[in-house]
Design a binder for this molecule. Structure first.
Ligand code: ADP
Length: 381
């Protein structure tokens, strides 16, 4: 059993930087939780506070029901894997993996058993006598993970462990860490700036911005129901298109007007957009939620001309410049439109999102809208 609970956790660095602002996260036993957000959003600081490598300015950190704010790192029963691997260069792989157990005075036979077991799991048995400099980046990463596994900790912490690997190896290690989680059935907390890693690995994603949690949820929950414009734009690639539009009513139907094209919204959307008639909102549509046509249709298509075409084999990304915006569409890979050609995109309006221009919160009627702290303050003002 290993649950981790962060309650009202804040971190203010010397000099007054508020790196982490009132963070609340409940991590369940065996859960794989990913903290994700752009550089500087406070995710590493949060992880380092869980590890005990950074003091907690205020709030309560609980591991397995026990408050550990003042418990030294070595007594927290956690193991951390760092971005730079942090291997001892003068030690063999075997000794690197054994080191943490030796200093904790485990007997030799137990150390040997654990090191060999971990090496087997990670497929590095043949490397045990090598020094780190004789290993590839991917192999070093495995050793760093192995060093954590032998400890059999309650909680594994990963700080951007794949950032130093090339793209292909990153994809492979991503799957390996997911597999490891499944096999070890351990609680894991993983920090990354890469939303693809978050979507593919996490049971639960915590999206952060400027030290504040924006939303917590499962990968599909965040993808399908982002609470605000930041989460909508951060999760998904290429990112969601955002277009400023004015909400209008025409013969009892609600539509949004960009200036050069209009789109009728669904009945459900009409219900929650009605209070916005006459006002501007942000219309959001993901690149994968459009189709293309050469026949513009008022109320149904986004019209413009092709400015950039990116053929990727399985799909083509087409950048469409309207009079006021640029919209990316993900279309069939066999279709390669010409630059400057007139084109229209048909958004799947069932998938469209709308955001308040001021608060950037999602406008979505009866779906509960949990305002993140920073935005909540803004609403109250
Ligand atoms: P992330 O991991 O999301 O990139 P960090 O947790 O490293 O973000 O940093 C969050 C904020 O705290 C940033 O503004 C960063 O500059 C600041 N920060 C990080 N470490 C320190 C430190 N030791 N002293 C002062 N400010 C720091």
């Amino acid at each position: 059993m290993a649950t981790v609970k962060l309650e009202n956790i804040c971190k203010i660095y010397d000099g007054g930087v508020k790196a982490v602002d009132n963070v609340n996260i409940d991590i369940e036993d065996k859960e794989f939780v990913v903290l994700v957000g752009p550089s500087g959003c406070g995710k590493s600081t949060t992880l380092r506070m869980i590890a005990g490598l950074e003091d907690i300015s205020s709030g309560t950190l609980t591991i397995d029901g026990k408050v550990v704010n003042d418990v030294p790192p070595k007594d927290r029963d956690i193991a951390m894997v760092f971005q730079n691997y942090a291997l001892y260069p003068h030690m063999t792989v075997y000794d690197n993996m054994a080191f943490g157990l030796k200093i904790r005075k485990f007997d030799k036979a137990e150390i040997d058993k654990r090191v060999r077991e971990a090496a087997k799991i990670l497929d590095i048995e043949q490397l045990l006598e090598r020094k780190p400099k004789a290993l590839s980046g991917g192999q070093r990463q495995r050793v760093a993970v192995g060093r954590a596994i032998v400890r059999q900790p309650k909680v594994f912490l990963f700080d951007e462990p794949l950032s130093n690997l090339d793209a292909k190896l990153r994809v492979q290690m991503r799957a390996e860490i997911s597999g490891l989680h499944h096999r070890l059935q351990a609680t894991m907390i993983y920090v990354t700036h890469d939303q693809v890693e978050a979507l593919t690995m996490a049971d639960k994603i915590v999206v952060m911005k400027l030290g504040v949690i924006q939303q917590i949820g499962g990968p599909l929950e965040l993808y399908n129901n982002p609470d605000n414009k930041f989460v909508a734009g951060f999760i998904g690639s290429p990112p969601m298109n955002f277009i400023t539009v004015t909400v209008k009513e025409n013969g009892g139907r609600i539509l949004v007007d960009e200036g050069t094209f209009t789109l009728y919204v669904t009945d459900q959307q009409a219900a929650f957009l009605k209070p916005y008639v006459g006002r501007q909102v942000t219309f959001g549509i993901r690149p994968e939620d459009v189709e293309f046509t050469h026949t513009p249709e008022a109320g149904r298509t986004i019209d413009g001309h092709v400015s950039v075409v990116e053929p990727l084999g399985a799909e083509t990304h087409v950048y469409v410049a309207t009079s006021n915006a640029r919209v990316i569409g993900k279309i069939d890979g066999t279709v390669i439109p010409n630059v400057d050609e007139r084109i229209s995109l048909i958004p799947n309006m069932d998938k469209a999102k709308f955001f308040d221009i001021e608060t950037e919160l999602a406008i979505r009627g009866n779906v509960p809208n949990k305002a993140p702290a920073a935005n909540a303050k803004k609403v109250e003002e």
